[in-house]
Design a protein. Structure first.
Length: 330
């Protein structure tokens, strides 16, 4: 799966491409920081205008909105370019995988579900990596940029439970985010979600294979279509009930998450220790830090699918290597 990074003919796309994507994501995060600063300035201006009529001019108001439009346009432009380039980058990664599978397909075709591994799982791998990989990198960059900002904004204001401790807001976000993530990871392990996803794909592969055989062979061996579809039905129903339990915990936590910043800021808001603009900056920075820390939690269903695809492809490659060893002995 990772020959893309070791073969010379893919050097530009694998290494130079990675550098381009990382640089572009960093620019996005920097623009996001500027947008966060804009929120503070804009809401302070709103508070000033509402507190004292005509304290700001209409030109100042429009200029502030235009500055946001400029930042937003820059963010959208970079995001669109990154998305376009990443799609090409990951298709090249898939191509590198497929090229190797094609070169050994005389051995690979003897393995159960070979066609599905080469066609379906490679495209799943590239599509999941497109959404999951870039968002993980962006989450880490957001943490690097926004944690110092959150710390600077929260110095000197009272935080629920932590009082006047300067690190209270950051530690609060850490406890809430990491605690929730650990809870859902444990829930996913208890419900064996990765295993269910893996079993589901195996049942689907067996079902599809017998359908292909049935196109040319009326005897249909070794099991009938009906027997195989019963297996498909049972594994799907099992996955539905397990995801039901998982989603109860996941969705309940994410709903409670909406209020977390306001809970921690309650003493500061009640005491009037922050302006509206600073409060908006803190809440937005808190949300960005918290969201990055909750990356695994929010992406958990996709991570489960990626783990299942990775497991199937590793198993497939292992069997190909075993075929090579058998041929060498013969």
């Amino acid at each position: 799966m990772f020959r893309f990074f070791t073969q010379k003919n893919w050097f530009f796309w694998s290494w130079i491409g990675s550098a381009i994507i990382l640089s572009s994501l960093w620019i996005q995060v920097k623009i996001d920081v500027k947008i966060n600063e804009w929120f503070g300035e804009f809401y302070d201006m709103i508070q000033k205008a509402l507190g004292a009529p005509n304290s700001i001019t209409i030109d100042e108001y429009w200029a502030s909105l235009i500055s946001f439009i400029t930042l937003a346009a820059m963010y959208v432009g970079v995001a669109v370019i990154v998305s376009f380039f990443t799609s090409h980058y990951l298709f090249r990664w898939r191509t590198a995988m497929v090229e190797w599978y094609h070169s050994v397909y005389d051995k690979a075709r003897k393995i159960e579900g070979a066609a599905q591994r080469v066609q379906e799982d490679t495209i799943k791998f590239s599509r999941i990596m497109e959404s999951l990989g870039t968002s993980l990198i962006e989450a880490l960059m957001i943490l690097i940029e926004f944690m110092p900002i959150l710390f600077g904004l929260s110095v000197g204001i009272p935080i629920f439970f932590f009082g006047d401790w300067d690190y209270g807001l950051i530690v609060g976000a850490l406890i809430w985010s990491v605690g929730g993530t650990i809870f859902l990871i444990l829930l996913g392990l208890i419900l064996r979600l990765v295993g269910v996803e893996y079993d589901l794909q195996k049942k689907e592969a067996a079902y599809r294979k017998i359908l292909v055989i049935a196109e040319d062979d009326g005897t249909i061996r070794p099991k009938t279509i009906e027997e195989l579809f019963d297996g498909v039905r049972s594994i799907h129903f099992l996955s539905y009930i397990r995801y039901l339990y998982f989603n109860i915990g996941r969705i309940a936590y994410l709903q409670a998450n909406v209020l977390s910043a306001y809970v921690f800021l309650a003493p500061a808001i009640v005491a009037g220790a922050v302006t509206l603009g600073v409060m908006q900056q803190i809440i937005r920075a808190f949300g960005r830090v918290e969201g990055s820390m909750q990356y695994i939690l929010k992406a958990w269903p996709t991570i489960i699918e990626l783990a299942s695809v990775y497991k199937r492809l590793r198993e497939f490659e292992s069997k190909i290597n075993q075929e090579d060893l058998i041929d060498e002995k013969v």
